[in-house]
Ligand binder design. Structure first.
Ligand code: ATP
Ligand code: MG
Ligand code: MG
Ligand code: MG
Length: 439
């Protein structure tokens, strides 16, 4: 992509409305724009990162055996009257009427709708287990939308829903998502800690919030420090291995971790003082086993091996991609801007032509742009006529992992400078060496 043809509206000034660094950097880098309170457009640079995040989530959901579909944002109120949540949900739900005066709503979540799909088609335990997910916009009329897309009113959610004949099977489905989540957050360059969350009237201990530590997080969290050494499950994890998955779950829940709502002071104080971690965190995912809470009132039943009908045991599994993007930035930035983990960087490399119009600079820059592109790299080519200082600042701000700087003096000698965004290390090398370094 040539910067001169791209749409990346960089802000020079620090936006006043941004209270936290990720919000500030997303606005300055031209990733998002607020359209009305808590409702955002994702501009091209932001959209590229968001797509990468979604794809990692999708790959790990698929690996764990979940099946993607797409449900609408607008839902009929009828379904929610069946489950009893239409009244109960309260003011976070945006209620709308269509031209026939039929009550509709903008879905804040999809348990009812997916249960309706399930009950319409699945009649026997032989078609279980089943896990259906989608990545779709949600709307919650939050009292205090803030921090940009970290807490917005319209936001993207990956929500998965599992269906099983028995509680035992449902726990295996839960463990699959537990493992998928550990892998997903690790691939996004973050260490998320699964923390016990409230299960309300359902009871049991199968509700976990996945929390990323950050000073700006809205949750107060308490945990053992041991999590930093726990191994992330491998790519070839066998998701059908019931005992294997259970042992991963057991390991990751073997030490204390809870948010303030579930905090047990005595249990926390039993941890040796040096191993205690009391911090703030961001909820990036939440998984929940809720049994027959929706299948019972909505009549989602399957025939079991005993020939009788049984309401299915369900769980739901959410991740917030539009919250994850700022969460990644909170965890990875410096005073000059964003430092993207390679897995979600909007571009693999930026080629900075310091002096467009200079024959040697143009020649080398064009060669790099073409060769890197041919090698399958996603390249941003800064061919703009901005001052060199502005170009360097922009490249640092948008956080692309590798910068190749083409200046008139070195270009005349067939050389370029390669800069690593994360370490700041710079090295002068030949064009060929630079190509080898990056591809
Ligand atoms: P919170 O406690 O932050 O309000 P929640 O517990 O209400 O979140 P869930 O219903 O568990 O959220 O939804 C699943 C995931 O969706 C959350 O873990 C989070 O990543 C994301 N999410 C929820 N609300 C928002 C929001 N207003 N803006 C962006 N992402 C959100
Ligand atoms: Mg909420
Ligand atoms: Mg929450
Ligand atoms: Mg939650």
């Amino acid at each position: 992509m040539r910067l001169s043809r791209y749409f990346m509206p960089i802000l020079k000034e620090n936006p006043k409305e941004a209270e936290i660094v990720s919000h500030r950097l997303m606005l300055r880098a031209g990733m998002v724009r607020q359209q009305s309170q808590g409702i955002y457009s994702w501009l091209p640079l932001g959209k590229k990162v968001l797509d990468k995040v979604n794809n990692i989530i999708r790959e790990e959901q698929n690996r764990a055996g979940a099946v993607e579909l797409l449900m609408p944002t607008l839902q009929s109120a009828e379904l929610w009257q069946e489950s009893g949540r239409y009244e109960a949900y309260g003011k976070e739900m945006l209620r709308i009427k269509d031209r026939q005066e039929r009550p509709m709503l903008y879905g804040p979540t999809n348990e009812e709708m997916v249960t309706d799909i399930f009950r319409s088609y699945v009649k026997t335990y032989k078609n279980l287990p089943l896990n259906l997910y989608h990545i779709q916009l949600k709307f919650r009329d939050e009292i205090r939308p803030r921090f940009g897309t970290m807490r917005s009113r319209e936001f993207l959610m990956k929500d998965a829903y599992s269906f099983d004949l028995t509680r035992e099977d449902a726990i295996h489905s839960y463990n699959k998502m537990f493992v998928a989540y550990l892998r997903t957050f690790a691939r996004l360059g973050m260490r998320a800690i699964p923390m016990r969350a409230d299960t309300g009237p359902i009871g049991g201990n199968h509700s976990h919030e996945f929390i990323i530590l950050a000073d700006t997080g809205e949750s107060e969290v308490f945990s053992h420090k041991a999590f930093t050494d726990f191994e992330i499950p491998a790519e070839n994890t066998d998701f059908d291995d019931v005992a294997g998955l259970q042992s991963i779950f057991d390991k990751w829940t073997s030490v204390y971790a809870a948010t303030s709502e579930m905090h047990d002071e005595a249990a926390f104080n039993a941890i040796p003082e040096g191993d205690r971690l009391s911090a703030r965190g961001i909820e990036v995912g939440h998984i929940f086993y809720f049994g027959t809470k929706y299948s019972e009132p909505m009549g989602a039943k399957v025939q079991g091996p005993d020939g009788k009908e049984h309401p299915v045991h369900m769980g739901s599994y959410g991740i917030g991609p539009t919250r994850l993007v700022p969460a990644i930035i909170e965890a990875s930035h410096d005073e000059n801007g964003i430092i993207w983990p390679e897995s979600v960087a909007p571009f693999d490399v930026v080629v900075i032509n310091m002096k467009p119009g200079d024959a040697a600079c143009d020649d080398i820059s064009e060669k790099l742009y073409a060769s890197l592109g041919n090698a399958g790299k996603d390249v941003l080519y800064d061919d703009s006529d901005d001052r060199a200082g502005t170009k360097f600042a922009t490249a640092d701000l948008i956080g692309v992992p590798v910068q190749i700087i083409v200046g008139p003096r070195s270009a005349a000698a067939g050389e370029v400078e390669v800069k690593d965004r994360k370490t700041g290390a710079r090295e002068v090398m030949t064009l060929e060496a630079a190509l080898n370094r990056v591809t």
